[in-house]
Design a protein around this ligand. Sequence first.
Ligand SMILES: Nc1ncnc2c1ncn2[C@@H]1O[C@H](COP(=O)(O)OP(=O)(O)O)[C@@H](O)[C@H]1O
Ligand SMILES: [Mg+2]
Length: 268
Amino acid sequence: MTAGSLSCNDIQVSFSGLKAVNGVTFDFQPGQLYGIIGPNGAGKTTLMNALSGHAKLSGGQVMLDGRDVTGLSVHKRTRIGLGRSFQITKIFAGMSVLENLQLAAFAHLYRLQPFWLPAGRFPAVRERAESVLEEIGLTVMAHRPAETLSHGDQRALEVGLALLSNPSVLLLDEPLAGVGHDQIGPAMELIKRIVKGRTVLLIEHNMDVVMRVSSALVVMVQGQILASGSLKKSAQTPRCERLIWEKRNEAACVGKLQCHLWQGAGVA
Ligand SMILES: Nc1ncnc2c1ncn2[C@@H]1O[C@H](COP(=O)(O)OP(=O)(O)O)[C@@H](O)[C@H]1O
Ligand SMILES: [Mg+2]
């Protein structure tokens, strides 16, 4: 089994009767970047929570590299290759960029919270944190308090926290949320850089970004996958982008979008 394969079989997550994820079955192939799109409330974040272990399933299975991880905690899933970043940044504002990474690296490498210990005293922690710092392009900001970073750089740091465990599968929930227009380009470059050799699920509302970085699309509506398909180069046309953009918040129109895109305009 190639590292980085993630599957779910008929997974369900309910909140007081509301079926936020309602029977999703899908095989995410190693090395692909899946743009997960769909209207607000479609269940995209809950699907990610179900895959990462943050949401309790009311049915179904999650498999990572052929292993049933349904009953495993978030931490165990992280250790065997699943990384996750959140829609709301979870960084420590008062700590420096490097300290944030060192703290998370310590927790990952030693399975402990460092409490009062300076995590950076451990060579393995330093090495891992510095490697990720470089990967996310924030080396020059290593000693800046995280709270003084631009919003875009804070989002990059949040992605960096997910990279510390060197995951083969990376789940990114709106990594560009709130990023200013002038920082979209660098943020997109970061995503392109970190996806190499990984399977990535990317929830993103900016369709320009989705179309540029994804190799496949998954459309979710009302807790289900309505359509999916790999993106051909020809799909990256203004017409397709405009169509998706226009239809993205209209659940009823996603079916039409499926017809337009999947049959005629570049999605196989
Ligand atoms: N913790 C929760 N408690 C109750 N309802 C929730 C919770 N999380 C999500 N929901 C509901 O589940 C549905 C799917 O939400 P979500 O997965 O956040 O959608 P999306 O990420 O596609 O916008 C929505 O109706 C939302 O209100
Ligand atoms: Mg969401």
